[in-house]
Design a protein around this ligand. Structure first.
Ligand code: ST9
Length: 628
């Protein structure tokens, strides 16, 4: 039986009943994929994920790849390779790439709906299979040479990696010391050691293209300090003919010199890669080619990072969803104790644990958060749909509109990644695993692996603290609050509406208060930031609250998205009778219940977060380190 439990009904509810994706599918760049085709693809990927992709989930955790230092290899086991190949054979990865690269462009909302299922079933498949998406970045930023390389990467289904991190440059990418020296033939020699590189070694594709950030040396005007001095180089594992794509067989000096032993997602090879070390392998130089022949590495790499942040948030949320559905199944079957109303009677019949108030609370916490954050991912993706459509139209008059779409997407990304991963990881451990009692701690059930596999989501692609800083300093302050104002206005118009036919009146009020509180937090932090112009240490007060703000606004946005869903569900419930609604009756009632619960249990806490933010002083920063 599959570990993976999907929620296709809720995915379709989001896409078609709430987000109106029918209007986008089958139009413009998405002409080949109408709603009917999209539904068929969703159905097929749901089956594929549950069966073929999930099949190796447990085995590849218990029997992870082993690094061989003599050959610098870490081959992937048979079961995972089979799952990976099933995904590649399905060809659905082509929906993420442009027609020029052999793709069938699909709206982001559909791609991330599919992504949820692949990531929930076996996330490393999506990661190892990201080569074609990486090729998209190479194509978009490349010159003619790179565009051909991008085509080769897709045609030959090569793997690809993002290579930023170094032993002393983690969150602080700008501290990277890997250097790039130009050669006479236009290539560059890369030298340095990179760390935590996902998918940098495996045997599932004939070649791997590394996208490497390195600092040029010996070239005037480039290679300065910090992130802006980094350039992006295409560094293949094995050299190839840049026209035909045929491997020359000549090894490039980019060697994996270690694979980390991790807490989770063990089948995803997390590698140390050493570039251009004469004592390793055959001592070959690590040759690379400057992407697009422009020194704009960090901006180019952020095109990958943005996509990867969306991926990580989706992975986290997908795991919470299957964690919840597994917990629900267990709770419906597990008999333990008597109903609380009969607890005095030792002979009272035993009941399933779904009868116990605290288990019900826990299940609804899991349900409401997983559905809220699914809504968050797919809502964010609709802004990406807008970007895709506007870029396709290529209308210069719409440049301002395009900028606004990008800004909203940018604002939502740290919520998807930071809030999504934090809430998911915590709830998987404290609620999903807990539902199983002691059994949750056993490998008999998938939850303990979910917990181990999901922890990384709060760490990679920028820790939660980095997401909080990005959210406040870049996405709110640098944007002058425009994108935030746009979302706040949408929430306000929902509050002002008569949404929910009277049944959501209380929740709209809770949302109004929470929105006020969140706005006040932003205002307070901006005041602290301004006051730092006179007293620089006041910036610490901002830093003490950036993660708090991210989480508080995450709660507000998620509550709003769930309440919008409840409004749709209530309309369906009032327009249909029990016979015509069938199983959907319970589904829609569940949507309303989840939205009301989420609002009632989470929104009042935003007032407390505001109070904490407003009371923040410098005492924590003044405390001597010795007192910690
Ligand atoms: C990792 C691997 O963790 C995890 C596994 C991933 C699995 C990979 C496989 C799947 C991936 C799929 C990919 C598919 C390909 C893509 C397809 C695409 C369609 N947004 O604030 P400043 C830029 S890897 C955009 O001064 P600092 C911007 O250019 C490790 N751009 O920064 C800016 O210039 P300007 C992940 C942004 O103080 C410039 O940076 N590591 C953003 O110098 C400088 O900005 C991390 O994620 C943004 N949000 O440096 C690093 N932010 O302002 C985490 C900055 O002129 N650390 N830029 O526009 C950070 O993010 C730091 O904040 C820092 C700070 C490094 C940016």
């Amino acid at each position: 039986m599959s570990h993976y439990k999907t929620n296709l009904r809720d995915i379709e509810f989001n896409l078609f009943e709430v987000l109106g994706r029918d209007e986008v599918l089958g139009t413009g760049p998405f002409g080949e994929i109408d709603s009917e085709t999209a539904r068929a693809i969703l159905g097929e990927v749901e089956r594929l994920s549950r069966e073929d992709l999930a099949a190796s989930y447990e085995d590849s955790d218990r029997n992870p790849p082993v690094f061989d230092p003599a050959t610098h290899t870490a081959p992937i086991g048979e079961s995972f390779t089979k799952s990976y190949q099933a995904w590649m054979d399905s060809e659905y990865w082509r929906l993420q790439i442009s027609e020029e690269l052999g793709g069938t462009p699909a709206p982001s909302s559909l791609v991330w709906a599919l992504g949820e299922m692949v990531l929930g079933a076996n996330a490393p498949i999506w990661m190892y299979a990201a080569g074609p998406a990486f090729a998209g970045v190479v194509h978009r930023n490349g010159n003619d040479r790179d565009k051909r390389i991008a085509q080769i990467m897709v045609e030959r289904q090569w793997g690809a990696t993002m290579v930023l991190t170094e032993p002393d440059a983690g969150s602080d990418v700008g501290a990277g010391r890997t250097k790039a020296t130009p050669n006479d033939d236009g290539s560059w020699n890369i030298e340095g050691v990179k760390r935590f590189i996902t998918s940098a070694e495996h045997d599932m594709s004939e070649n791997i293209m590394h996208l490497v950030l390195a600092r040029p040396v010996g070239v005037e005007g480039v290679g300065g300090p910090g992130t802006k001095g980094l350039s992006l180089f295409l560094v293949p594992k094995i050299h190839f003919d840049h026209e035909s794509g045929e491997l020359t067989g000549e090894r490039n000096g980019a060697y994996v010199t270690g694979v980390e032993h991790k807490m989770g997602i063990k089948v995803s090879n997390t590698c140390e890669v050493t570039f251009g070390d004469a004592s390793i392998g055959g001592g070959e130089p690590a040759k690379g080619w400057l992407l697009g022949e422009v020194h704009d590495g960090i901006a180019q790499m952020f095109q990958v990072i943005e996509n990867a942040r969306m991926m990580v948030g989706s992975k986290a949320i997908a795991t919470l969803s299957t964690g919840y559905l597994n917990a629900l199944d267990y709770a419906k079957q597990r008999e333990q104790g008597a109903d609380l109303t009969q607890s005095g009677d030792k002979t009272a019949p035993r009941v399933t644990i779904t009868h116990h108030p605290d288990v019900r609370r826990s299940l609804m916490v899991q349900k409401s958060f997983s559905e809220a954050m699914r809504a968050l991912v797919l809502y964010t993706a609709t802004w990406q749909d807008k970007i895709q459509l506007a870029e396709h139209a290529g209308d210069a008059q719409d440049a301002e509109e395009l900028q606004a779409f990008n800004a909203v997407n940018d604002l939502l990304l740290p919520i998807v990644k930071g809030y999504g991963s934090e809430r998911s990881w915590v709830l998987l451990g404290t609620e999903s695993l807990q539902t199983f009692g002691g059994s949750g701690f056993l490998q008999e059930y998938p939850i303990e692996q979910y917990v181990r596999d999901a922890k990384i989501d709060t760490l990679y692609e920028g820790t939660t603290a980095i997401q909080g800083q990005d959210f406040f300093f870049r996405k709110i302050v640098k944007d002058q609050g425009k994108a935030l104002g746009l979302i706040a206005a949408e929430i306000q118009s929902f509050i002002d509406s008569e949404a929910g036919n009277g049944r959501l009146k209380n929740e709209r009020q809770l949302l109004a208060t929470a929105l006020d509180d969140a706005n006040a937090m932003v205002g307070h932090m901006i005041n602290d930031l301004m006051s730092a112009q006179d007293e620089i240490r006041n910036i610490y007060k901002v830093g003490l609250n950036t993660s708090r703000l991210l989480m508080a606004l995450g709660d507000v946005v998620c509550a709003w998205l769930l309440l919008r869903q409840a409004e749709v569900a209530l309309e369906k419930l009032t327009s249909g009778d029990a016979a015509s609604l069938g199983k959907d009756q319970a589904f829609y009632e569940g949507k309303v219940a989840a939205a009301q619960f989420f609002a009632q249990y989470n929104l009042p806490k935003v007032s407390a977060e505001r109070a904490i933010a407003e009371a923040t002083d410098l005492s924590l920063m003044d405390l001597d380190e010795a007192s910690f």
